[in-house]
Design a protein around this ligand. Structure first.
Ligand code: ATP
Ligand code: MG
Length: 335
């Protein structure tokens, strides 16, 4: 049986993880959940954000699904989320922005996929204090990391019958770093004559996405721009409760929702488990369990087609557990 590392995480993490595992189990797929604990709660108990047991489990299983983890603000703490992506070189962050059912979406149905470079840029955390009043943060962009994510985006576009890839930078200002990323975008595009390269500056992208998002199909960008744009894009299809993500490297993958720990609603049985459940669907596809993934997506589409089934983030009244029951019933009906 395939063993999968499960990291419930902080905030709403444990609630949505419970919901996600229940839904995956009724789909009939046989997985063994290997629970390990990391994040702020573990830090308070053990003094470590990422205990050794997490690395052991990840290195043994090579595939994981995780809830969000709190990064304490201030000195000395690196994000545990970022640390995992870096440690295992999970360089592709893939975030599909697809509207399920009738979720509140200003442009109606939408189908975009964001590829975000996941290991460098300002996220590399190379910062230094020059004086009490001056801090520097170094932006790192390399050919190797840029080329591999851009190639993933183009290959994905081709495999899925898409016709365009937008390469998003601020190359007019950051001529060396973003200039390199854009140059590589052009080089890779030359290998894909059937796919149109859209060169878009990130500020313009922010505007285009809220005015006319349907002009885009696949978007590839650096780490920080991808972070910001993916929250914006989540807003186009009903919010952060709905958008899944995958962090994929050469021989390991960690699946997680785009959203954070949602401290404002943690422990209140209000969180929307859709984003983490869709992340599990991406994991099932990765594991070759496409049938189960399809079944769960269909069930979510059906449940989210009725406003009566919405959780609070979508303007509804259903709790996490009641929403989960609806999804489980739909999976059983569709099976
Ligand atoms: P973090 O620092 O961990 O990212 P945050 O304060 O940025 O935490 P997010 O988790 O990013 O919080 O959430 C931003 C907003 O979206 C919050 O108001 C939160 O309640 C809401 N939200 C995020 N995820 C969900 C979800 N799964 N269900 C319902 N609401 C959510
Ligand atoms: Mg956040």
């Amino acid at each position: 049986m395939t063993r999968v590392t499960v990291i419930p995480g902080d905030g709403i993490g444990p609630e949505i993880t419970q919901a996600m595992t229940e839904i995956v189990e009724v789909s009939g797929v046989k997985l063994e959940w290997d629970y390990v604990y990391a994040g702020l709660k573990v830090y308070e108990e053990t003094g470590e954000l990422l205990p050794e047991s997490v690395f052991e489990s990840l290195e043994a299983n090579k595939v994981a699904i995780k809830g969000p983890m709190t990064t304490p603000i201030g000195k000395g703490f690196r994000s545990a989320n970022v640390a995992l992506r870096k440690r295992y070189d999970l360089y592709s962050n893939i975030r599909p922005i697809y509207r399920y059912g009738k979720t509140p979406a200003i442009f109606g149905d939408l189908d975009l996929v964001l590829f975000r470079e996941n290991t460098e840029d300002l996220y590399a955390g190379v910062e230094e204090q020059i004086s009490e009043h001056e801090m520097h943060s170094i932006k790192i962009i390399t050919r190797e990391s840029s080329e591999r994510i851009i190639r993933k985006a183009f290959a994905y576009a081709q495999q899925t019958g898409r016709r365009k890839v937008a390469v998003v930078t601020k190359a007019n200002i950051m001529k060396l770093t973003d200039g390199l990323f854009l140059d590589i975008g052009r080089e890779v595009a030359a290998d894909y004559p059937d796919i149109q390269l859209q060169e878009v500056l990130v500020d313009n992208m922010a505007m285009q996405l809220v005015m006319n998002p349907k002009q885009f199909e696949v978007i590839v960008t650096e780490n920080l721009y991808g972070d910001i744009l993916s929250d914006l894009m989540a807003g186009l299809i009903g919010g952060l409760g709905l958008v899944p993500g995958a962090n994929i490297g050469e021989d390991m993958a960690i699946f997680e929702a785009v959203h954070g720990t949602a401290p404002d609603i943690a422990g209140m049985n209000k969180a929307n488990p859709t984003a983490l459940t869709l992340s599990a669907c991406m994991m099932l596809d990765y594991l070759g369990e496409a049938e189960a993934a399809k079944l769960i997506r269909q069930a979510l589409d059906e449940v989210l087609s009725d406003e009566e089934h919405f959780t609070a983030d979508l303007g509804g009244t259903l709790s996490t557990t009641d929403f989960t029951k609806k999804v489980i019933a739909a999976v059983e009906r569709l099976k």
